[in-house]
Design a protein around this ligand. Sequence first.
Ligand code: ADP
Ligand code: MG
Length: 292
Amino acid sequence: SIMPATLSAISNGARHGILFKGGVHLENLSHLKAIAFDKTGTLTKGKPEVTDVLVKDGMSKEEILLKTAAIESHSNHPLAQAIVRYTNEHINQELIHPESIEDVSGWGVKASFSNEEWKIGKADFVGKSEAESFMGGSSIQLASEGKTVVFIQRNEVIVGLIALKDIVREETKLAIDKLREKGIYTIMLTGDSQNTADAIAGEGHLDDYIAECLPENKVEELKKLKERFGNVAMVGDGINDAPALATANVGIAMGEGSDVALETADIVLMKNDLPRIAEAIQLSERMNRIIK
Ligand code: ADP
Ligand code: MG
């Protein structure tokens, strides 16, 4: 049977926009030593905007953008949607769709137009060394500004890049600082490159980050964090985050996240409100004092 103190803490949480799916999760919160955060959509708004488009000398920026947008219009990745939106706003032409398309989760997209093979995605997807030296190494500077760089390859040659910036949520720093005051270690998990991750983790005040983390690696990283810290929570919003939410001692989903994340999580932040995490921990500490 559920203790009155637990019930009252759960209803108190609900009034503050924190949904607990059971008393045990509330109790676990006060023992947390570390919290892992997904980047896109969790620490950031998840609505990236195109900031830079660079194409190789002598190439048509318009043609490259139109083909890239045509390919990306078949992906539901936030980066893909931003590229399509940008192209529609800047070029008034119909998209010509590729004959075949393959969405490679965590890497990018592959497609073919009659006699052309296209690949759009991260450096490793198109060849890391060529990507990093493309146009005098422009991507390094862009990434150190916290931008995500998407490379465009046609018939095995990199022909352009698109940089996108996703804004760190206004309340992220505050939420992370409150957790640090409680002695909780914070770490960001992202599929983004090292330089981009470093800049975003810095903006958000996180203690550490793991970059170039494939969706399937998030679970492995969580297991390692559990070995290192004991009690670890994971905060995420995407379908990709669900396995990691299930692996953590406490899974926390953003209320506007995907259905799968909401179903898998133990706790839901109803308004995507990160500072509520520290409040939830306080509720838990108070409740445990009353019970013990
Ligand atoms: P995150 O962990 O930031 O949510 P993902 O695991 O979804 O990132 O993707 C990792 C990286 O793969 C992205 O930063 C991007 O460079 C590349 N990528 C994935 N999907 C796409 C796509 N549809 N178009 C372009 N790049 C993509
Ligand atoms: Mg996300």
